[in-house]
Write a protein that binds this ligand. Sequence first.
Ligand SMILES: [Zn+2]
Length: 394
Amino acid sequence: MRTEEIRWDNLTKLLDQLFIHKRRLRSELARDIRVRKSTMSYLIDELHGLNMIRIKKIVSQSRGRPNEEVSLNPDHGHVFGIKLGRESLKAVVYNFSLEHIDSREYLIRHFPEYANPVERALHSTEVFFRHYKPVAVGIAISGSVDIKRSTVNFSPILGLSNYDLRPFLQKQGVSDTFLCNDVDALHVGEIIKAGVLRDSSLAISFGVGVGASFYDGVDIMTGSDGRTSFEFGHFGAVKNGEKCYCGRKGCLETVASEYGLMKKTAGSIPHFVENFERLFPYLNQIRDNAASGRIVEEYDSVLDYLSYHVSSLILLLRPKSVLIGGEGGVAQWIFDRIVEKIESYLSDTWALSPSIRRVTDPETWETGSAFLALRRYVRKKLWRAPREGAVRAL
Ligand SMILES: [Zn+2]
C-alpha cells in the first residue's frame, strides 16, 4: 500500500469509529485504529482543518496528561438518506453526526395519473433539497444498481430500467451521491447501530421481494462489474417452475416472497408487479392479519422456502450473525418461525450457530444509505485535500 493510501485508510477508519461511538477519547481512537500517537495527531489535525470534527479538552481527576474528546462536527452539513421502494419514497435528513433532523414520506400510489409515479415522487423531494442543501445523498433502491454510475440497471418492481439519477441530482446541486441496493442499506444501517464493524454478517429482507446482502467484516460484497451482487430473490428454487418477471423460471421470489401469500388473487408474479397498486390492499390485509397474530396458512410454505435457502446461504458464507428485516415489517412470530426453520435445516455437522436478529427500526435503510454517502463524501474530500496542496506547493 502506498503512503497516501495508508493515510486515507486510517482517516476513514477513524471516521467510522466516530460515526459509531459519537464521542471518543483520543487515546481510545489510537487503540481503535492501531496507530502511533504522532500519526494520530496528524490525522486529527487534518480532520479538524477540514472542519469535520470537534475537539474538547477533558481534565482528568487522576495524574497524567489531559485527554481530548473527539466528536464529529454536526454543523459541517446535512446528509440525506432516501429509501425508494414500491410503496413509498422516504427522505430522512441527518446532521453530520448522523442524528435525525427531519423526514418526509411520499406515497407512490398518490401519483397514479403519472406515467412514472416513482419519478414523480422523486421530483416531490425538490423542496426538501432546496431547504436543506445536503452535502451528500444516499439512495437505497429495490433492484439491481450500478454503484459507480448512479444508475438503476433493472428494477421491475419500480418500473425502472437503465434509469440514470444523475440529471435529477445535478439539478438539485448535489455532487456526492451514493446509490445502493436496499438490502445493502438495511444491512449497513444495522451494522452501524450495533457498532460491529469487524464481524461478518448476512442480511435477509422479506417483503414484496426477497433479498440478501453479505458483509465480510470489511466491506459489503459487490460484483466485480460494479453492480450490486446477490440477486437472492432470483436464485433457482423450483426447476421449471413459475415464470418470473426477470425471465427465469422458478425463482425464489415466486415462492418465498409476499407474492407467494396471495398467488390466487395476484395470478402471476409479472401481473402482481404490474398491478401492484390495485393489489396492495389485499397484501395489506394479509400483513394486518399477520401483525395481529392471526396465522395465515400460506405463510407456512413461503417461510419454509425462504428459511431453506437462507440456511444454504449460511452454509456458504458462514456469517457470525444473520439479520432479518423487511419493508412490510417482519412480525415477531414470523421471525420466530424463520429462526426455528433455519435451525432445523442446519445440522450440527457444520458447527454453524450464527446469532439471528430481527431488524425493528423502520429507518434502518435511510440511516444505512446516509452513512454510505457520508463516508464517500469524506473520503473524496480527504483524497483531494493533499493533492490540491501538492499542486499549490509546486
Ligand atoms: Zn426472477
